[in-house]
Design a protein around this ligand. Sequence first.
Ligand code: SAM
Length: 290
Amino acid sequence: MTLSSASGNAYGTLYVVATPIGNLDDITARALRVLREVALIAAEDTRHSARLLQHFGIDTPLAACHEHNERDQGGRFLARLQAGEDVALISDAGTPLISDPGFHLVRQARAAGVAVVPVPGACALIAALSSAGLPSDRFIFEGFLPAKANARRGRLEEMKEEPRTLIFYEAPHRILESLEDMRSVFGGDRPAVLARELTKTFETLRGAPLDELCGWVAADSNQQRGECVVLVGGWQAPEGEGALSAEALRVLDLLLVEMPVKRAAALAAEITGVRKNLLYQAALERQGDS
Ligand code: SAM
């Protein structure tokens, strides 16, 4: 085999290869070399990937590895790997395992002592984050929200006071209802970015408070088409007493019933992780109010 084996044993290597998310020029030179040289490509949709491979003049055999057969078929790929053959794993677009199949195969391969090597490239959430202009030092990726409205709102409620930038994938037919739920849970002032059709002809990155973004998407049905990533700025603590979360204030109030201000503030600080001074000030203000 011409590819260097990373396993240190006689097994082949499983390469996890990113493919473009729209613009075919985004394939990397390394991805092309690996796809050309492995014995087999495990693909989410073999017909879809056959077109990609044909475009690049690659004739490596393809075998299906999708969410419905991944667990059962893992053994088939493992047998090839353990026989010393290299296998590449690809999904329809972007990085495998990122809201795409591959997790079970990668886990099975690692458990069997097969080397798993990433061949990085396009990934919609990273492409979106890199150009959105929202804080990118800390972020969380939530994948797809639940399709049912109640479950979706429940999930969003859990993130209401999340200070890191939030990143979601969303289907075009649900983009408006999801944005509206985000507005009602996070508030219309929360900054957000809709990143649509990245790397493609109609690529659009629109940043605005959720109120404005909802209005814009509702008024233009073109914005409800294609593939999209939604990014929402993290929760920012307001100044003064408002800086305390509802949960911190609830804890403080409970303790104030039982003990003096100073002790209640100290204990509440220990329980919630909020600064003691902030809680002490809030406790004084609350006592002043009563
Ligand atoms: N594995 C892919 C990756 O690395 O980004 C994601 C696959 S997931 C099944 C598909 C979702 O990714 C789409 O519904 C959309 O939310 C997002 N996505 C993929 N390509 C995109 C693009 N070109 N522009 C915006 N979002 C995209």
